[in-house]
Design a protein around this ligand. Structure first.
Ligand SMILES: *Cc1c(COP(=O)(O)O)cnc(C)c1O
Length: 510
């Protein structure tokens, strides 16, 4: 049936309404959890909004992170509260005991792991999404169309066809798992959903590099294929997957009667930010008829940055891409995403025909397929809204410029390190991650202490990693707020802490 116009909907709606004898009661139900005093609630709500905007506006005046006092930790070990508390007093507890003790990734001095900085725009959108309380599992609603709009933008960004599917998930860990499951169905058929992997005579084997994120192995575990079925291919001097070794590993497995099915390349490794040679991996995958997946958790969104995007050449040939809007996309947590070239196979990997989810051509159960047909989640939040707001408000160019800026800052940090005789660069700087150390006779101990000193100082918060067996100070510049002065502060603090440590312990002097 043709979709009725907006006016005919309203006409039939008022006809239905006129059948009712009484209009709906305007007075609220007594058992409701809504405020009894809306004006008072509203005033408090505005104070809360102001407080959190102040937090972001004045973030530089705070330490990046600070150790949690035992009394604060203990205050979160109380019994279930039987009685209500006023909103203002609970919010006061938030301000005093929660807000100061977060990890600090809103702060421009935060450079640990790979954490996005978020934006006030994303925060407001998240509030609106919570107000609408939309469940994005499915049904005929514009929130689902907003998610589909973002899916279209993502397809466009990566040059994928209209038949490609996309889905918001918690993060890249989940996105990688979904990719493995779709690839598994491609290799041994969707019948695996009913029969299980044990019924297949094929022993499926996957490939990734030694620099890949641990969640690739976890995905193999969760998919029932086992982590032993993941070949860890060595990397070259640029920390990229060695494609020759990849090729040989596949050949060996085929000779042994195994069934290679999946390659996970990485665009932006967690340790040093290396990008695998995606074109070369795509060639291997095509030649060997394997699924070509890209874990682009942080790096894939470099497609938005014209100066960085060419380094991702080959990503447009992927069968699937996993990435996070909550990292370089600056969208507040969480906003992971999976893009799958064969949208129909993706749907058949997850869709299930249960009666309570049956589809109609009209009413709220229309609009199939639904997001719940593309992943394991049925109830889903409106992650698409904060992403849609972020992309609408800033536009692709400005988001891309923020990404370029973090890479330029990484190059600046690299130059500072090269200028300082006491510092040593430990890995090439391909993107936004810099691994280095303070030179010393006992470098692992000293650099471990330096990182802890810095974190506790609240000045800058890098993290630790290991590069070629050496403990490294790792600065990942993801936050759009980070500037040159933050890099200078990091370098100064590392040198100050390093020289204090080395002088305190003469044995460690070089
Ligand atoms: C962060 C990251 C992941 C994990 O993503 P989550 O969003 O934390 O689940 C996977 N791979 C790489 C390369 C990452 O940087």
């Amino acid at each position: 049936m043709a979709a009725p116009s907006e006016t005919s909907y309203i006409e039939s709606f008022s006809r239905l309404r006129s059948i009712l004898e009484e209009p709906p009661s305007p007075s609220p139900d007594r058992g409701t959890l809504d405020p009894s005093d809306w004006p008072g609630f509203r005033a408090q709500a505005h104070r809360m909004l102001d407080d959190i905007l102040d937090y972001t506006q004045h973030i530089r005046e705070r330490p990046v992170w600070q150790p949690i006092p035992p009394a604060v930790r203990d205050s979160f070990r109380q019994p279930l509260p039987p009685k209500p508390s006023p909103l203002a007093s609970v919010h006061d507890t938030f301000i005093r005991r929660i807000l100061p003790y977060a990890v600090g990734n809103v702060h421009p001095g935060f450079m640990g792991w790979v954490h996005g900085g978020g934006t006030p725009v994303g925060m407001l959108a998240e509030m609106l999404a919570a107000g609408l309380n939309a469940n994005l599992g499915g049904r005929d609603q514009i929130p689902v169309e907003v998610e589909r709009q973002v899916v279209r933008w993502v397809r466009e960004l990566f040059g994928f066809p209209d038949t490609a599917s996309g889905l918001f998930v918690t993060g890249t860990s989940m996105a990688n798992l979904i990719a493995v499951l779709v690839a598994r169905a491609a290799a041994i058929g969707v019948g695996v959903r009913r029969l299980g992997v044990a019924a297949s005579s094929k022993r499926l084997i996957a490939y990734t590099s030694a620099a890949a994120h641990g969640c690739i192995a976890q995905a193999m575990d969760l998919a029932g294929l086992g982590t032993d079925a993941l070949r860890i291919v060595p990397t070259n001097g640029q920390h990229q997957i060695d494609t020759q070794a990849l090729q040989e590993s596949i050949a060996t497995d085929k000779r042994d009667g195994l069934a290679p099915f999946f390659i996970a390349a990485t665009a932006g490794t967690v340790d040093v930010g290396a990008i695998d040679d995606l074109r070369a991996v795509a060639d291997v995958a095509r030649r060997e008829e394997l699924w070509f997946h890209v874990d682009g958790a942080c790096g894939a969104l470099a497609m938005l940055a014209p100066d960085i995007a060419p380094r991702l050449a080959g990503i447009e040939r992927a069968d699937s891409i996993a990435f996070d809007f909550h990292k370089w996309g600056q969208v507040p947590y969480d906003a992971g995403f999976v893009l799958v070239r064969d949208g129909e196979l993706h749907r058949r990997t997850f869709a299930s025909p249960v009666a309570y989810l049956s589809r109609e051509t009209r009413g709220m159960a229309a609009g199939s397929p639904w997001p719940c047909d593309f992943g394991p989640d049925l109830s889903r939040g409106f992650r698409a809204l904060k992403t849609w707001f972020t992309i609408k408000i800033y536009g692709a160019e400005k988001l891309g410029a923020a990404i370029s800026k973090t890479c330029a800052l990484a190059q600046y940090l690299k130059q500072c390190i090269e200028r300082e005789p006491v510092l040593e660069l430990l890995a090439p700087v391909a993107l936004n991650i810099v691994c280095f150390r303070y030179r010393s006779e006992h470098p692992d101990e000293v650099n471990q202490d330096i990182v802890a000193d810095l974190q506790e100082s609240g000045i800058a918060a890098p993290s630790l990693t290991s590069v070629n067996g050496c403990l490294a100070i790792r600065a990942a510049i993801v936050n759009h707020r980070t500037g040159k002065s933050d890099i200078d502060a990091l370098v100064r603090a590392v040198i100050a802490s390093g020289s204090a440590r080395v002088h305190r312990c003469p044995k460690a002097c070089r």
